[in-house]
Design a protein around this ligand. Structure first.
Ligand SMILES: Cc1cc2nc3c(=O)[nH]c(=O)nc-3n(C[C@H](O)[C@H](O)[C@H](O)COP(=O)(O)OP(=O)(O)OC[C@H]3O[C@@H](n4cnc5c(N)ncnc54)[C@H](O)[C@@H]3O)c2cc1C
Length: 403
C-alpha cells in the first residue's frame, strides 16, 4: 500500500493528454480517480485543419472524440474551462462550457496536469488590433474556427470574397494556401487572397531555402503578400500600419498565441511569456504536484518551439510520470528532440518538407503528411461501444495507443 495521490485532474485534452488518457485506458490504478476538465467533447486536430479548409477532409476526419477515450480510461469528464488555479489549496476554478449543467465551481486535486494549449488573449488582441475581437475570425479555439468555416464558404459562394490571413507563421501560411484552394474549388471565381505578415518576410522563422519555396508557391497561386502590421480591423476592412486600408470580407487571425491569462497570479512559477515553467519531468519547478505539457508549458532547461510535434512527444513521458508520481516511483526525464520534421502543406496536395538544414517539396510530401496526420487521429479512435459489465477500464480500446 502506498499513500500516493488519489485525485488526478487533467486540464484540457490537448495532444499530450489524449495520450495520457489512452495510457490510462491500458492501465489505471484502482485507487486513482481521474477527472478531465475540457470544454469540447472532441479535440480538433490542428495539423489537419488546413486540409479541412482546403476541402481534403471533413470536420469529422479531423476530430478525436474524447468520450470513448475518457470512458476507456474510467475517468470523469467535466465540460468546462479552467479559469484559475490554486496550487496550494489544490483547487481549480471552473466555468461551465457548451451549456453544460451542474458543473461544479471548483474541482479539487492531489495532482494536476495542464495541457490547455495556447490562447489568443482577447484583451491583448483588442489593444494591438482594435476591432479584431468583433470583426475577425480567429483560428483559436480551433474547434470554434472549424465550426464557423462553412459560413465563410457559404459567403464565398454568394460573391467573390476578399480573404486575408493575418500572421505568416506556419499556421498562417498553411491557412492562406488552404483557403485559396478551398474557395477556388467551391466559391465564386474572382476571390482575392492576402497574407499579412506583421512586418517581416513570410516564414521568417524558417531557413531561407524553405522561405524561398513558400514564396514561390504563394506567387504561383496569386496570393498577395503584405509585409505590414495589421493595426485594426473594421467591418469589411483591415487597417495597416502604413495607413492603408485593405477591403476584406474575411479577416482570419493566425497571429502568435499567448499563455492563458488565468495562469498569472496562480503562484505557479512561469516563464517570461507566462507559460508554466517545468523541469525535465514536465513537472512545475515551483509545485511538484503540478505537471504541464504542450504550448502551455515552457522547459526551464531550454525552451523549445511551441508546436504540436513537441506536445505529442511529451505525451508518453507525461503519462509515465503522472503514474510514477502517484506510485511514488522515480520520474523519467523527457528529452525533447532537437530537430523535428516539419511539413508545410500548400493546399493543393503539395507540401514542403524540412528537417534541420534539409528541405524538399512535392506531392509525395503532402501524401506523407496526410499519412502521419491520419495515423495520429487513428491511434486515439476507440470503439465507442458500451463497456461490458465488470470489464476493466481498458476493455474498449480497439487500437494500441502510441508508445
Ligand atoms: C491551423 C494550425 C495548424 C497547425 N499545424 C501544425 C502542424 O502541422 N504541426 C505542428 O506541430 N503544429 C501545428 N500547429 C500548432 C499546434 O496546433 C499547437 O502547437 C498544438 O495544438 C499545441 O498542442 P497542445 O496540446 O499544447 O494544446 P491544444 O492542442 O491547443 O489543446 C488544448 C486543449 O485544452 C482545452 N482547453 C483550452 N483552454 C482550456 C481551459 N481554460 N480549461 C480546460 N481546457 C481548456 C482545449 O479545448 C483543448 O482540448 C498548428 C496550429 C494551427 C493553428
Amino acid at each position: 500500500m502506498h499513500h500516493g495521490i488519489k485525485k488526478l485532474l487533467l486540464l484540457g485534452a490537448g495532444h499530450a493528454h489524449v495520450h495520457v488518457l489512452a495510457s490510462l485506458a491500458q492501465h489505471r490504478p484502482a485507487d486513482l480517480d481521474v477527472t478531465v476538465l475540457t470544454p469540447y467533447a472532441y479535440q480538433t486536430y490542428s495539423g489537419m485543419t488546413p486540409g479541412y479548409v482546403a476541402g481534403h477532409y471533413t470536420e469529422a476526419d479531423c476530430r478525436i472524440e474524447l468520450e470513448p477515450l475518457v470512458r476507456a480510461a474510467a475517468a470523469r469528464w467535466v465540460q468546462g474551462r479552467c479559469t484559475g488555479i490554486d496550487p496550494v489549496g489544490n483547487t481549480v476554478s471552473v466555468a461551465a462550457a457548451g451549456g453544460a449543467q451542474g458543473v461544479p465551481a471548483t474541482l479539487g486535486f492531489d495532482a494536476l496536469s495542464i495541457d490547455t494549449g495556447a490562447v489568443i488573449d482577447r484583451a491583448r488582441l483588442e489593444a494591438d488590433m482594435p476591432g479584431a475581437a468583433t470583426h475577425a475570425l480567429a483560428v483559436r479555439p480551433i474547434e470554434a474556427f472549424a465550426q464557423l468555416w462553412p459560413q465563410v464558404l457559404a459567403l464565398a459562394q454568394q460573391k467573390p470574397v476578399s480573404l486575408a490571413v493575418v500572421g505568416a507563421g506556419a499556421a498562417g501560411i498553411e491557412l492562406i494556401f488552404a483557403a485559396e484552394q478551398g474557395i477556388r474549388q467551391q466559391g465564386m471565381p474572382g476571390a482575392r487572397f492576402t497574407l499579412i505578415t506583421g512586418g517581416p518576410e513570410v516564414a521568417d522563422n524558417y531557413r531561407s531555402s524553405v522561405q524561398r519555396k513558400v514564396l514561390r508557391q504563394l506567387k504561383q497561386r496569386g496570393i498577395t503578400v503584405l509585409r505590414e502590421t495589421c493595426v485594426g480591423i473594421g467591418a469589411g476592412e483591415v487597417m495597416l500600419g502604413n495607413g492603408a486600408r485593405l477591403a476584406c470580407d474575411v479577416p482570419l487571425l493566425a497571429i502568435g498565441t499567448h499563455a492563458p491569462p488565468w495562469l498569472q497570479g496562480s503562484g505557479l512559477a512561469l516563464s517570461a511569456s507566462g507559460q508554466v515553467l517545468v523541469n525535465a519531468f514536465q513537472q512545475s519547478t515551483s509545485h511538484p504536484h503540478v505537471f504541464a505539457a504542450g504550448d502551455v508549458a515552457s522547459r526551464a532547461d531550454g525552451p523549445h518551439a511551441r508546436s504540436g510535434v513537441y506536445a505529442v512527444r511529451a505525451g508518453p513521458p507525461l503519462a509515465h510520470n503522472l503514474l510514477a508520481f502517484h506510485q511514488r516511483k522515480p520520474l523519467k526525464p523527457h528529452q525533447p528532440p532537437t530537430n523535428t520534421l516539419n511539413l508545410l502543406s500548400c493546399g493543393t496536395g503539395h507540401a514542403i518538407a524540412s528537417y534541420g538544414p534539409l528541405s524538399l517539396e512535392g506531392a509525395w510530401a503532402w501524401r506523407w503528411k496526410d499519412r502521419i496526420d491520419r495515423g495520429f487521429i487513428e491511434r486515439y479512435r476507440l470503439n465507442p461501444t458500451p463497456r461490458k459489465p465488470g470489464a476493466g477500464p481498458g476493455a474498449q480500446a480497439s487500437g494500441e495507443p502510441v508508445s
